[in-house]
Design a protein around this ligand. Structure first.
Ligand code: HEM
Length: 747
């Protein structure tokens, strides 16, 4: 039963169902039934007196009850006992994986009815908005770990549909490490901090992870993604999402098709550099959490389009890979992604614990029209989530926690258990019954009852995988070949870093040998970085994913490699992403006393008008005295931020300001790091002389032609022109052509 808002008369009233219609009001506002359903649970304490949990008003919240002012505390003190007891039990176990996360409310709307594909009601009517709650996460780290770990990001979406909750529990990478859920505990044990000393936190760069990986050829495709910049996103708002497994869509005529789910971010897919990730982890370990929160709070609502790759049932075996194998993707060149709807996140949670921590996602939460396939990883997941939530959330009634309640009505004969909230009033808690009029009764398919797709299965019981599962390298190679030179360089550097942290030489060598199966030049470059004289001989993979006494030749397909492998897939490279918007990008305006106040104001206005965010960073907090006597509010002192927390830096003119900044090591580091990280740099007036990469850095301002990519501005102080150039450079995200030079800038 819901706790009620104070003052509402509730005695005798029947609990209203949470079922709420969603849609759009006459003035275009989105109505979100889930947010309304959460209302009775919200409590602010505003204008209220302090009470115990029993509602007794508390007169003294400072002193416990004692026998005399200096005497012992009394057991009778129910205020003390209740408060301390509740505090003692405030913690619950963190998620065994994906412990670190952040979430937001929003809504989803389909563009066109999808009746041909699915009977799912929330995919039929463009006028209907479906409330969602989305939780993003890292996988390996603890709840308090840094957002910028090199890791997969969870992308879990709970759709509160009128037919029940549908959870799309995906990641920001379209494939996974393993093919069978039986290996999941091994994978997670290997990547988590090592058991003897619990080191390292939220990092795969250690022996046990690479020991396991080097023995698991099926991980190799995923390893390419995790070593790429996809694993260090610029923002949770700038990540793709994937359902990974092949699912089924089923329409009213009971026709089924295979489907892969995609989320395509409207801001494009962008990442930071590893050097930034390391520094952000120190400067602001909550970087992603803060970025999402601030964007939503400021009205810059993140958006994604839902994409579907649809495959006819009779095409199941038309590919070189197996649709049931979660280590493979379906290249967009083979099956295009159709964008069918839009997800918008527009409200931050009220309470992290109640919502973000207590939300319980489950890939098995489906609605009529969406069904599973026999992907063995998915099948294992269907067991795992409820099982783990039973202990994490303390019992079988966690579906009654407000954030987990569907907006669809819930009626069944499940009863009792820890923390049961519902007051079931019926005498009957069994079915069939006559005493309760047969209620609640089964729903026919026409009444929205879920009917499992009648997939035909006729085979012997066995512990095996499909033959095509054994091609572990073709798509890893496809991914590698599809990357830009910059992306390839970053993958090599990531592998050098990760394996460089591995203490056991044999593990490092085996891993490099394994990489040679993906691409020889990749393995050679990594070997060089590790100081290996040559790529170690490629041994047959040690783990062949077969039983102890199995014979490999009877398991692996003779055609383990595709006959005509795809050479390149544009969609796999972030270089081909959206680069036409500077919206929500953060620009630091680096200034000191004596700064050109007009330049600051003009730049601020231009950036804000384009939807970017401008913040003044200065050697001290408070205000700066600008030219012409005007005061400028400082947002951050140099001590509290670094340029790693921004997308670009603008240095306005003002002789005194620039002189001060040049003499300040923190200010010089600020611009040097931004340069090294290939960010847009802009200057006007004397400010130009502070910019590395600008020929005028240590002398007179140079002409436009002499500037490097992403370094904009000139000495003539035309701020609107510089602002326009800066916005273009911001939209391109980074000036990668500078990267090799930038490595020589000490920062
Ligand atoms: C394609 C592969 C997988 C994906 C995309 C995936 C994704 C996710 C995501 C996004 C979460 C976090 C949900 C949240 O934000 O609360 C999560 C949690 C979890 N996953 Fe997976 N996972 C995968 C494979 C597996 C497998 C194979 C297992 C076990 C057999 C598993 C077990 C768990 C568990 C136990 C949790 C914690 C759930 C909780 O405490 O609420 N996952 N997974």
């Amino acid at each position: 039963m819901a706790t009620r808002r104070r003052g509402k008369q509730t005695n005798g009233s029947k609990r209203k169902n949470d079922h709420v219609k969603n849609g759009t009001t006459a003035n275009g506002d989105v109505t979100n039934g889930k947010l309304e359903a959460l209302d009775p649970f919200r409590e602010s304490g505003a204008d209220e007196m302090l009470t115990t949990n029993q509602g007794t008003r508390i007169n003294d919240n400072q002193n416990s009850l004692k026998a005399g002012a200096r005497g012992p505390s009394l057991l009778e003190d129910f205020v003390l006992r209740e408060k301390i007891t509740h505090f003692d039990h405030e913690r619950i176990p963190e998620r065994v994986v994906h412990a670190r996360g952040t979430a937001a409310h929003g809504h989803f709307r389909v563009y066109q009815p999808l009746a041909d594909l699915t009977r799912a009601k929330f995919l039929q009517d463009p006028a209907v908005t479906t409330p969602v709650f989305v939780r993003f996460s890292t996988v390996a780290g603890s709840r308090g770990s840094s957002d910028l770990a090199r890791d997969v990001r969870g992308f879990a979406v709970k759709f509160y549909t009128e037919e029940g909750n549908f959870d799309l529990v995906g990641n920001n990478i379209p494939v996974f490490f393993i093919q069978d859920a039986l290996k999941f505990p091994d994978l997670i044990h290997a990547v988590k901090p090592e058991p003897h000393n619990e080191i390292p936190q939220a990092a795969s760069a250690h022996d046990t992870f690479w020991d396991f990986t080097s023995l698991m050829p099926e991980s190799m495709h995923m390893i390419m993604w995790v070593m790429s910049d996809r694993a260090i996103p610029r923002s949770l708002r700038m990540m793709e999402g994937f359902g990974i497994h092949t699912f089924r869509l089923v329409n009213e005529r009971n026709e089924a098709r295979f489907v892969k789910f995609h989320w395509k971010p409207l801001l494009g897919v962008h990442s930071v550099l590893w050097d930034e990730a390391v520094k952000i982890s120190g400067r602001d370990p909550d970087f992603h959490r803060r970025d999402l929160w601030e964007a939503i709070a400021s009205g810059a609502y993140p958006e994604w389009e839902l994409g579907l790759q649809v495959i006819e049932e009779d095409q199941e075996n038309a590919f070189d890979f197996d649709l049931l194998d979660p280590t493979k993707l379906v290249p967009e060149e083979l099956v295009p992604v159709h964008r069918v709807g839009r997800l918008t996140l527009d409200r931050n949670p009220d309470n992290f614990f109640a919502e973000t921590e207590q939300v319980a996602f489950h890939p098995g939460h489906v609605v009529p029209g969406i069904d599973f396939t026999d992907d063995p990883l998915l099948q294992g997941r269907l067991f795992s989530y409820t099982d783990t939530q039973l202990i994490r959330l303390g019992g079988p009634n966690f579906h009654e926690i407000p954030i987990n309640r569907p907006v669809a009505p819930v009626h069944n004969n499940q009863r009792d258990g820890h923390m049961r909230q519902t007051l079931n009033t019926s005498r009957t808690s069994y079915e069939p019954n006559s005493l309760g009029g047969g209620c609640p009764f089964q729903a026919g398919a026409q009444m929205g009852g879920f009917v499992s797709y009648p997939e035909r299965i006729a085979d012997a019981k066995m512990r095996r995988r499909g033959e095509k599962f054994f091609d572990h390298f073709s798509q890893a190679t496809l991914f590698w070949k599809s990357q830009s030179e910059t992306e390839k360089h970053h993958i090599v550097q990531a592998l050098r870093f990760e394996l460089g942290k591995v203490e056991t030489a044999a593990v490092r060598e085996r891993m490099v040998g394994m990489l040679a199966n993906v691409d020889r030049s990749l393995a050679e470059q990594v070997a060089e970085g590790l100081g290996l004289a040559a790529v170690p001989r490629v041994e047959p993979p040690l783990n062949r994913s077969i039983p102890a006494d199995g014979k490999p030749e009877s398991f692996e397909s003779r055609r383990a490699k595709p006959a005509r492998p795809l050479e390149r897939s544009e969609a796999l490279s972030m270089a081909n992403t959206i680069k036409d918007t500077a919206k929500s990008r953060k620009v630091a305006i680096l200034a000191a006393d004596g700064v050109d106040a007009t330049a600051v104001e003009t730049m601020k206005q231009a950036l804000t008008a384009a939807g970017a965010v401008a913040k003044v960073v200065a050697p001290h907090g408070g205000t700066l005295s600008g030219t012409r006597g005007s005061d400028i509010t400082v947002d951050f002192s140099l001590l509290t931020v670094g340029s790693v927390l921004f997308d670009a830096v603008f240095v306005p003119g003002g002789a005194q300001s620039v002189k001060t900044l040049k003499a300040d090591a923190m200010a010089v580091l600020f611009v040097n790091e931004a340069y090294k990280h290939c960010k847009a740099l802009a200057g006007t007036g004397e400010g130009v002389t502070l910019l590395p990469g600008h020929n005028g850095a240590h002398g007179a301002p140079s002409s436009v032609e002499e500037r490097e990519e992403g370094v904009v501005g000139g000495g003539d102080g035309d701020v609107p022109t510089v602002a326009a150039e800066l916005l273009k450079a911001l939209a391109r995200h980074r000036a990668w052509s500078r990267e090799t030079k930038a490595e020589h800038v000490p920062a």
